[in-house]
Design a protein around this ligand. Structure first.
Ligand SMILES: O=C(O)CCC(=O)C(=O)O
Ligand SMILES: [Fe+2]
Length: 393
C-alpha cells in the first residue's frame, strides 16, 4: 500500500513552541518580537502570508494601530517584508499531523508514514482530524439523567423566554438581542445537523495562521468558505479543497423569521429614530459555525469581509448561540476597556446590521457547564458552545 506524505495546511512544530522563543518570550527566528508581527493582508494582496508567533495565550490585543486578529492577539500592517520572511522560515519546519484532545486542542503527534486521518485521500484531497461535537461517550459508568425538576424548570424558563416579543433587547441602533428565541427542539436539531455536517467533508477544523498560531475554536463554513488568514471567501477550502456544505433550508427559514420578529419588535418599541430602522431581509449565502470548548475564545474583530454592497446596505449578521453561555464584547472601537458586555445564552439570537454592521465584537470567555442540561442530554454534545453566524455576501 502506498503511503503518502502527510501535508498540512498549518504547520505545527515538531518540538515544543518554547524552542522558538527566548527567555523573554521573543521569537528567536527572523528577529520578531511578540508585538506587531502579523497583519491581516490588504484585500488587494491576498498572497501576503501573515504569521502570528506571539501572544498566543494573551487575550488582550495591542490596540495601537493594529488590525483585528481573531485569535485575540495583535496584528500590524507594518511588517510586510518581515512577515513574508517569517512565512518562508516556517516552511522549513517539518509539519506534523495533529489530533484533538477532549478539549478541542490539538495534541497527538504522529510520525510521517503513519496512515492517519490527516493523510491525503486517493484524489489528492487533504484530510484533517475530524472534530465531532457529539462524540459518543464510551464509558462503563451508567449516566444518570438529570432530575425531573431540573428539566421541568428549564422547560418553564424556555417557554417563558420564547413567547413572542417577550425578551428582546435593543442593544443599540442596528443591534438586537433576542433572548431564548430558539426553541429547545430547534436547538437540539441545530446541534444534530451541525454534528453531521461537522464530521463530513468540509467539516470542523481548527483554523490557524501560517506562523503556527491557532484560533481557540473549531470552525466550519457553510455555503462558501471563509479563510481567516486571507480574510477572503471562496468556493473551496484551500487546505483540503473541500466544498463547504450547503446551508440547510431550515436554517434559512429560522434566519428569515428572526429578522421578521426583530423588526416587529423594533417597530413597536424603538425609542430613537436611529433605533427605529428595521433590518433588511437577507438570504444568507455564508454561515460560519464556531465551536468553543470551555477554553475557547475569539478576539475583538469586525465582520467586514463581505462585499462592499452588502456592508454598505448594512445587511445584518444573524448569530445563533447554543450550548454554554459566552461573554460577548461589543463596541465601536477595538478597545476592550470601552466595550460593552452581554452574556449570550443557549437559544439567544443576536442580530447586528445597519449602523452596527461593523461593530467590533468578540468572545473573551465561555461560561463552563452553563448549557441547558436537557440540550446536553438530548444531543450528547461535548461541553462547549456552538455559534452560527449567517451573512449575505
Ligand atoms: O461566537 C460568537 O458569538 C461570535 C462569532 C463571530 O464573531 C464570528 O464568527 O465572526
Ligand atoms: Fe464576527
Amino acid at each position: 500500500m502506498e503511503i503518502k506524505p502527510v501535508r498540512l495546511s498549518y504547520p505545527s512544530y515538531t518540538s515544543s513552541d518554547r524552542d522558538f522563543f527566548d527567555s523573554s518570550n521573543n521569537l528567536k527566528m527572523s528577529g520578531y518580537n511578540r508585538q506587531g508581527n502579523r497583519s491581516a493582508p490588504a484585500k488587494s494582496d491576498n498572497r501576503i502570508k501573515h504569521t502570528n508567533v506571539g501572544s498566543r495565550s494573551d487575550w488582550k490585543p495591542n490596540l495601537a494601530k493594529n488590525d483585528a486578529c481573531l485569535d485575540g492577539s495583535s496584528c500590524s500592517q507594518n511588517n510586510k517584508s518581515s512577515v513574508t520572511d517569517a512565512a518562508s522560515d516556517v516552511k522549513n519546519i517539518k509539519p506534523i499531523p495533529i489530533s484533538f484532545d477532549d478539549d478541542g486542542n490539538s495534541k497527538k503527534v504522529k510520525q510521517l508514514g503513519d496512515k492517519s486521518e490527516t493523510d491525503g485521500d486517493d484524489n489528492g484531497r487533504l484530510n484533517h482530524p475530524v472534530f465531532d461535537i457529539c462524540p459518543k461517550k464510551v464509558s462503563s459508568v451508567i449516566k444518570l439523567k438529570a432530575p425531573l425538576h431540573v428539566l421541568n424548570k428549564e422547560k418553564r424558563n424556555q417557554s417563558k423566554q420564547s413567547m413572542k416579543g417577550q425578551n428582546i433587547i435593543i442593544l443599540g441602533p442596528g443591534m438586537v438581542l433576542m433572548k431564548g428565541y430558539i426553541s429547545s427542539v430547534d436547538q437540539i436539531s441545530i446541534v444534530k445537523t451541525c454534528r453531521e455536517l461537522g464530521i463530513s467533508d468540509g467539516g470542523f477544523y481548527q483554523p490557524g495562521y501560517s506562523g503556527g498560531t491557532k484560533l481557540h475554536l473549531q470552525m466550519m463554513c457553510l455555503g462558501q468558505n471563509w479563510d481567516p488568514e486571507t480574510r477572503t471567501y471562496s468556493e473551496l477550502r484551500e487546505f483540503d479543497k473541500s466544498k463547504p456544505p450547503v446551508i440547510p433550508e431550515k436554517f434559512h427559514e429560522m434566519v428569515k423569521k428572526a429578522i421578521v420578529d426583530s423588526n416587529e419588535f423594533i417597530r413597536g418599541n424603538a425609542v430613537s429614530s436611529d433605533e427605529r430602522k428595521v433590518f433588511p431581509s437577507i438570504s444568507p449565502d455564508i454561515c460560519i459555525v464556531n465551536f468553543y470548548t470551555k477554553s475557547g475564545r475569539l478576539g475583538l474583530h469586525q465582520d467586514k469581509d463581505e462585499s462592499d454592497a452588502s456592508l454598505k446596505k448594512g445587511l445584518p449578521v444573524v448569530s445563533f448561540s447554543i450550548g454554554d453561555s459566552a461573554e460577548f464584547l461589543y463596541g465601536e472601537t477595538r478597545s476592550i476597556d470601552e466595550a460593552d458586555k452581554v452574556t449570550l445564552e443557549s437559544g439567544d439570537v443576536l442580530i447586528f446590521g445597519g449602523k452596527s454592521r461593523l461593530i467590533y465584537h468578540g468572545v473573551p470567555s465561555i461560561v463552563p457547564d452553563s448549557a441547558p442540561t436537557s440540550l446536553m442530554e438530548a444531543t450528547d454534545m461535548r461541553a462547549g458552545r456552538l455559534n452560527l453566524t449567517f451573512r449575505m455576501y
